[in-house]
Design a protein around this ligand. Structure first.
Ligand code: MSP
Length: 609
């Protein structure tokens, strides 16, 4: 049965060109939308821009433009970026769109008529970056906890929304719908804060006019979050047919707005609530916060330019980190995945098998009992992962199928046996792989389809075997490898390990030692890292940072011996120079970590060889 699937991204502030953080959510939304389209669901995908507010007005003033002119210049940059990344949304909404403004006014009036909006005076600490007020308690050294810049003390006549009235209903909502705030680890924080009590929320401003006027007092413009959040409703298709949203994808920094303000606004105006809000982690760039002032921004053209392939960008962002967790982006890490996974594994399979088919041909009939390399089970397994937003694991699974095909060709020595039925089996598997990959790397999948006989991308097509009559020719490489010289040495070693082809020379470059943990400390502001002080015998004392906090209490590590990589290039982590790494086993989904500890009688400084 056809089901509706409505997915949204945040609407981005068009005060600069889009960067990797904006691209991330939008790519995940596109992958989810495409996966649901594959399944034949009725999909609606909404993205757009948040045009109003003081931040935009100020940015426009700086360059001598009117706010409207300013955003009109930047909005096309978002649309172009999404086109370059093959993102296919159904609507690009702007908060300056007439239908949106009309809806916001209606909603304001409704909440006002219900007695949920009243006039008062606001005095508070305001961060322009967040377009939000903070309390003393929220500040870090007197500055906004997110933008790290001073907040302004603002006093103005303001309308207030009776947020306090919704405390109980919100707590009931979180209880009744345990998935409303996802992933799990973000939920408790919100619940605790809501339990502490909710203050009424100032929802209008008189100090600037770049916003939607309140219908009941034209002197005031609407607070940017009341305006922005309603985009999900005004953009929900004709007659709002797709509302309620199945999933709002957001970054973790805007969880509070989406899981507290938004449902409360909707309760007030009597609209259905979205089914789920999923807050993902943040990307750093070379282990540093993305920030324009530090030159650590990476825009879409630069991202694509690293490998020259847009699907590599999509692939890297979707696979490199579990959706929900923070991730670190580096050119090297992306090049390594591009070379080792896309070019070596997927690219080689496609060109090798298409070449063999051109030479040898395929035959479906002869060996009826031969099992298919990939069947419906794989589709269903990935479907379960995608329903849980485990995009990284879905790609892991698909790549294990690619490995299986490569191993099959190798083991059966098809190039020697010239077995047409076996070759058919691999060709058929490649068709299925291309369909499974389409939500993630659509351009590549479409190229594969053209090589092997052209097909539509749908779940139905997944069940149709490869056409034996198709004219198949050896394909051009799907991915052009990036020269290894462009990768720095440390990453290269990791990269080589990843491809399971470590020569003795590479291996012997590592200096691995037994070390003793002499001291273990928390690092302020780090949830996962410990700082470890090590005794490494003849190498002296060393300091490393390790992400062990979620897995080990300190006393399970203190005084114990560990295996230590002593000659890795030092890295700055949370302001501490980490001089190497320790050896630990990690489960596939990072839920378990086990440190390898040698027996106590081995001396510190001993080499591992
Ligand atoms: N306009 C508001 C959202 C309103 S939604 C009704 C806004 N805009 S934003 O442009 O500042 O940020 C949009 C999104 O980008 C947020 O979800 C934020 O988490 C995400 N990211 C910004 N930098 C990021 C990273 N470095 N990494 C991942 N996502 C990040 O907030």
């Amino acid at each position: 049965m056809e089901k509706k699937f409505y997915v949204t991204t945040p609407i981005y502030y068009p005060n600069d060109v889009p960067h990797i953080g904006h691209a991330y959510t939008t790519i995940v939304a596109d992958a989810l939308a495409r996966w649901n389209r594959l399944k034949g669901n009725k999909v609606y995908f909404l993205t757009g821009t948040d045009d109003h507010g003081k931040k935009i007005a100020e940015a426009a003033e700086k360059v001598g433009k009117s706010p409207k002119e300013f955003v009109d210049n930047l909005v096309p940059k978002f649309k172009e970026a999404w086109k370059k990344l093959n993102i296919e949304y159904d609507r690009f909404i702007r908060t300056t769109d007439k239908d949106h403004e009309k809806l916001v006014k209606e909603m304001l009036q409704k909440a006002y008529d219900r007695g949920d909006i009243y006039l008062g005076e606001y005095e508070g600490l305001y961060c322009i970056g967040c377009e939000a007020y903070y309390t003393e308690k929220d500040l870090v050294d007197g500055c906004c906890p997110i933008h790290k810049r001073p907040v302004e003390n603002v006093k103005e006549e303001s309308y207030f929304f009776r947020l306090s009235k919704y405390q109980k209903r919100l707590l009931d909502l979180y209880k009744k719908n345990p998935k409303f705030i996802s992933p799990k680890n973000r939920k408790q924080e919100v619940i605790n804060r809501v339990k502490e009590g909710l203050k009424d929320l100032s929802i209008s401003r008189t100090s600037f006019d770049w916003g939607i006027q309140l219908p009941f007092n034209k002197k005031h413009v609407c607070y940017v979050w009341f305006d922005a959040l309603f985009n999900y409703l005004s953009g929900a298709g004709k007659n709002r047919e797709f509302w309620p949203a199945d999933i709002h994808l957001i970054g973790k920094d805007i969880t509070w707005f989406h899981t507290v303000y938004w449902p409360a606004f909707l309760m007030s105006v009597g609209e259905d609530l979205p089914k789920q809000v999923f807050a993902h982690g943040w990307w750093t760039f070379d282990k540093e916060k993305i920030s324009k002032s530090r030159g650590k921004v990476i825009n879409i053209d630069e991202l694509i330019g690293i490998t020259g392939n847009k699907d590599s960008v999509r692939y890297f962002l979707l696979r490199a980190t579990p959706f929900g967790d923070d991730g670190d982006f580096s050119n090297d890490a992306m090049i390594i995945r591009h070379n080792n996974e896309l070019a070596n594994k997927l690219g080689n399979l496609v060109s090798r098998v298409s070449g063999l088919i051109e030479k040898i041909g395929i035959d479906k009939e002869k060996n009826k009992k031969m099992s298919r390399l990939i069947d419906e089970k794989s589709f269903n397994e990935i479907d379960i992962l995608m329903k849980n937003f485990e995009v990284d694991k879905s790609l892991n699974k698909i790549f294990s199928l690619i490995d299986k095909c490569n191993e099959y060709v190798q083991k059966r020595r098809i190039w020697e046996t010239k077995n047409k039925t076996e070759l058919y089996a691999v060709g058929d598997a490649i068709k299925k792989i291309s369909i499974l990959l389409w939500p993630f790397i659509p351009e590549t999948s479409e190229k594969i389809a053209r090589i092997f006989g052209d097909w539509e991308f749908s779940g139905k097509e997944f069940e149709i075997p490869l056409d034996t009559e198709a004219k198949i020719r050896k394909s051009e490489p799907l991915f052009v490898k990036v020269e290894e010289e462009k990768i720095n040495k440390e990453e290269k070693i990791i990269g080589v390990m990843d491809s399971k082809e470590v020569g003795f020379d590479e291996w012997s470059k590592l200096d691995i030692r037994v070390a003793k943990v002499e001291k273990i400390e928390d690092i302020p502001g780090a949830d996962k890292l410990y700082k470890l002080s090590l005794d490494v015998g003849e190498l002296g004392k060393r300091t490393i940072c390790a992400g062990l906090k979620p897995f080990y209490p300190k006393d399970k590590i203190l005084g114990r011996k560990i295996i230590y990589f002593s000659n890795l290039k030092p890295r700055m982590m949370k302001g501490i120079e980490s001089q190497g790494m320790l050896l630990a086993a990690t489960s596939d989904n990072h839920s378990k970590v086990s440190i390898l500890m040698p027996s106590e009688d081995i001396e510190v400084g001993s080499r591992i060889s």
